[in-house]
Write a protein that binds this ligand. Structure first.
Ligand SMILES: Cc1cc2nc3c(=O)[nH]c(=O)nc-3n(C[C@H](O)[C@H](O)[C@H](O)COP(=O)(O)OP(=O)(O)OC[C@H]3O[C@@H](n4cnc5c(N)ncnc54)[C@H](O)[C@@H]3O)c2cc1C
Ligand code: SF4
Length: 624
């Protein structure tokens, strides 16, 4: 049996980056991936775009066919109900409330990183210590510690943004002279319209009673724009195409289907990183890891995994890196009964609950072109208001009411069935409504709360016989207060725009995430930003991993991904998660280099003793 230097569990964003870095050092890396990398010989060919276009429900996982042995939670598994508890969850991810956890993920090669939107902002320095605002948990590292890794992640993912704008209007202390690999994406029509009408106007935050100035600010994107020739000391950046190969002309061309699939491959996916793996990295797909193996002293020695027909295999390595995403990483640690001295495995599950408000502008908003959101309002992320309500970013939705209402289909259905319009009249009515649609997406920070957690379901099992994950989830007063403030801000923005507000969180079936607060009903969606299930800290008594994402008590075992984040902040989390993964890869490489140093392994001979022959240095990835 081959023994590897490193086993990586999961070939999503984090796993693909770690394997790439370690493969680059010549390490023998085995990547075990639950999903399929390509259809089996007896399966029909499965081009993601065709699969998506022929799917009945256009949801994030629809470009792929889930195999029963590696199931994932799809948003269609969750529906709202009028009766308590207000939602029903079926499928892979079971839930026992009190509120709905409204996010999913995808288990195919490349993971959720295939279907993500591709927004890639950094966290702000103050986000690393929300305890100082009276909620959540403090990170065991600072923004400054992570800053070089942010730059590395921006190179790996290929980020397009304006450094000056990020400094001035998002409050990021970017190093002097830093430029992003690519120039910012052009603002969408709705961005330009809102900027013209709103930049410099002020709205009142009801939680803090302060006024906040509005300004439309471009969001950093992990999708190809125009390379910045000043990047990397004037060496520039070459955009990468479908398989990660340099494609200088590859650009986001505005197809507007980033979620779930970018047909021009302008959006970053982990397949671009995999295309640059060294030959020392081996991908074994359709391999569902079910247990981490440790020796008598708790050191990781390998993993047990199952093929889709249930056959159990074992692989050995000096280092095991769990990169199966927040829910599945926690499930694996719980299945292995490891790393839980603190009792925090699976706890502190976070997401960005998203409040959507939507309406019609008086004029043409030009929606359904370009990425789902290009820009946002950054003024509600920071400051003392955080003490009083959850902070939030406002993304300006560029795909009309698609996320809120399932437009355009729902518009046609509305005019056809409720108003009885046909032919030219129907076309005119749909056209008039669709061209004026816009949405505000308020992404709330949710603090770490140990009561929000992933456990193993006591009865439900997947087809491989493994207990399904069970989620217990709620939103606290801080988040609800944030949503109330967001709704009040939305009301003011709609008034300034002279927009018709069509926000309506009914019918219940469409809003599994719904609650009443202060006499008003709120509906929320999940952002797909699962975080916090193997939380990072500075003590084994209170956290699952250390600042390098190493599991306390288990040398050689790492758990990487958003699950390690002590706070999810207001930024979309993947860039931060990628920076952390690259930082951990450096640590793994240092551990392996120490292992390989003969001096490290051989005690110095006693002065009077005869000189012992030096043992041969261990070969990297020595076979068993
Ligand atoms: C619709 C949507 C839009 C999003 N948009 C954004 C965005 O704009 N910006 C942003 O920052 N974030 C976004 N996210 C979140 C982002 O996708 C995740 O943060 C990111 O993909 C997490 O990367 P990961 O490598 O940890 O997990 P994943 O990308 O999910 O990869 C995990 C991998 O592990 C594999 N795996 C799981 N279990 C096992 C097992 N037992 N054995 C072997 N392999 C296993 C999976 O198959 C998968 O390949 C979005 C998410 C969704 C759902
Ligand atoms: S807007 Fe279109 S081209 Fe651009 S990333 Fe999205 S899907 Fe790809």
């Amino acid at each position: 049996m081959t023994r590897y230097d490193v086993i990586v569990v999961g070939a999503g964003v984090a796993g693909s980056l770690v394997a790439h870095r370690l493969g680059g050092h010549g390490r023998r890396v085995l990547v075990l991936e639950a999903g399929a990398a390509a259809p089996a010989s007896h399966e029909p060919s499965a081009d993601p775009l065709t699969t998506y276009l022929t799917a009945s429900a256009k949801v994030p996982g629809s470009p792929y066919r889930a195999h029963p042995a590696a199931p994932w939670p799809e948003v269609t598994d969750l529906s709202g109900t009028e009766a308590s508890p207000g939602f029903r969850a079926v499928g892979h991810l079971r839930q026992d409330g009190p509120l709905a956890y409204a996010s999913g993920y995808v288990r195919v090669n490349g993971g959720t990183g295939n279907v993500w939107t591709g927004l890639a902002p950094r966290m702000l320095p103050e986000d690393f210590d929300t305890e100082s605002f009276g909620y959540g948990r403090r990170w065991p590292l600072t923004y400054a510690d992570l800053e070089p890794h942010y730059r590395a992640a921006e190179a790996e993912l290929g980020v397009a943004a304006d450094a000056d704008e990020q400094r001035e209007h998002a409050g990021l202390p970017l190093p002097d002279g830093y430029v992003f690999p690519m120039r910012p994406l052009p603002a969408s029509r709705v961005d330009r319209l809102l900027a013209a009408r709103l930049d410099g106007r002020r709205v009142k935050d009801p939680a803090s009673s302060c006024e906040v100035e509005l300004r439309v600010v471009g969001t950093p994107h992990a999708r190809n724009g125009v390379p910045d020739p000043r990047y990397d000391g004037g060496r520039g950046y070459v955009p990468r195409g479908r398989d990660g190969r340099p494609e200088p002309g590859n650009r986001c061309v505005g197809n507007a289907s980033c979620v779930p699939h970018c047909p021009s491959y302008a959006k970053y996916t982990p397949l671009k990183t995999q295309g640059r793996w060294s030959p020392t990295v081996t991908l074994r797909d359709r391999s569902v890891v079910s247990r981490v193996l440790v020796d008598g002293r708790g050191r990781a020695t390998g993993v047990e995994y199952r093929s889709y027909d249930g056959q159990v295999s074992v692989a050995h390595a000096d280092v095991v890196v769990l990169a199966a995403h927040a829910v599945e990483n926690a499930r694996l640690l719980l299945l292995s009964r490891l790393a839980d001295r603190s009792g925090q495995v699976g706890r502190n599950l976070m997401d960005h609950p998203v409040l959507l408000t939507w309406g019609l502008l008086p004029e043409d908003a030009g929606p359904y072109r370009g990425p789902g959101s290009v820009s946002g309002f950054e003024g509600f992320r920071t400051g003392r208001a955080r003490r009083l309500r959850a902070p939030f970013r406002i993304e300006l939705g560029a795909w009309g009411w698609a996320w809120a209402k399932g437009s355009v289909d729902s518009d046609v259905a509305h005019f056809l069935t409720e108003q009885g319009l046909f032919g030219a009249e129907l076309r005119r009515a749909v056209g008039d409504r669709v061209r004026r649609q816009f949405t505000l997406q308020f992404e709330m920070e949710q603090g770490a709360d140990p009561a929000n957690r992933v456990t193993l379901h006591p009865r439900e099992r997947d087809p491989l016989g493994l207990p399904r994950p069970l989620v217990t989830y709620d939103l606290d007063e801080h988040v609800k207060e944030g949503m109330a403030a967001a709704r009040a801000v939305s009301d003011q923005i709609f008034a300034l725009l002279d927009a018709e507000d069509h926000t309506d969180y009914s019918p219940a079936a469409a809003w599994p995430g719904r609650f009443s607060y202060g006499g008003r009903t709120y509906g929320y969606r999940g952002a797909g930003h699962a975080a916090g299930t193997h939380i990072m800290g500075d003590s084994a008594a209170t956290s699952v991993v250390d600042a390098w994402q190493r599991c306390w008590d288990h040398p050689g075992l790492y758990a990487v991904g958003c699950g390690s984040m002590p706070s999810v902040a207001t930024s979309n989390p993947t860039l931060t998660m990628a920076a952390l993964a690259l930082r951990s890869a450096e640590r793994v490489e240092a551990d392996l280099a120490a292992r390989d140093r003969p001096g490290h392994l051989t005690p110095p001979p006693a002065p009077s003793a005869p000189q012992a022959p030096t043992p041969p240095s261990p070969t990297r990835g020595a076979s068993t």
